[in-house]
Design a protein around this ligand. Sequence first.
Ligand code: GSH
Length: 215
Amino acid sequence: MITIYHLAASQSERVIWLMEELELPYRLERFEREADGSAPPAYRALHPFGTAPIIRDGDQVMAESAAIVEYISRVHGGGRLSVGPDEPGYADYLQGMQLSDAIQTALFVRMAYAGGAGENSDEASEPVIVRACRRREDGYFRYLEERLSAQPYAAGERFSCADIMVLHNLTVLPHFGGRAIEDLPNTQAYVARVRERPAYQRAAAIAAGSEAPAG
Ligand SMILES: N[C@@H](CCC(=O)N[C@@H](CS)C(=O)NCC(=O)O)C(=O)O
């Protein structure tokens, strides 16, 4: 059985969500964050990356959410929430799976230059790297908005791991200086649509500790 090492209020919620979507059994081990928000030493000891999520499947311990969700979907979920090369939407699927790290990298660079706030500043006086990151972020969100004007999900007509990867960036990151989506109607409708999923709602309650996994 898969063990999810769940760090409080983190991207490990994605793996809980995936398991609930696939209706697979799993064990959950909870870890609180340190006062500065980082993962505690016991969490970092689980895997050299030290970032949430981390899972165990037998002897295999894995980090990086895009790798984890694809692994679980393929190995334990019959590929139900993956999109393969022979299916429509494969290119969008791959792009959707990568988008989270691209968005977060751009945000983290902006935050570093803004002294942690990630707020807009006077664009003309911004360092070139900050302007480049802002441009990239705009492109990532424009891409999503365009795709979602033509299709209901990140990879096309059906819900997939790409949606599990993308959502966190649209719902959580704006609270930390990430780009907001108020001016993106298709993206807003998408967020509302995906949040209605029973598995998403169960996962949110389980991640927050107000519900236990079915086991
Ligand atoms: N690209 C990684 C990002 C993981 C990540 O940054 N996780 C954060 C929690 S949302 C974390 O582990 N923070 C605590 C730390 O770095 O100590 C993934 O998708 O798994």
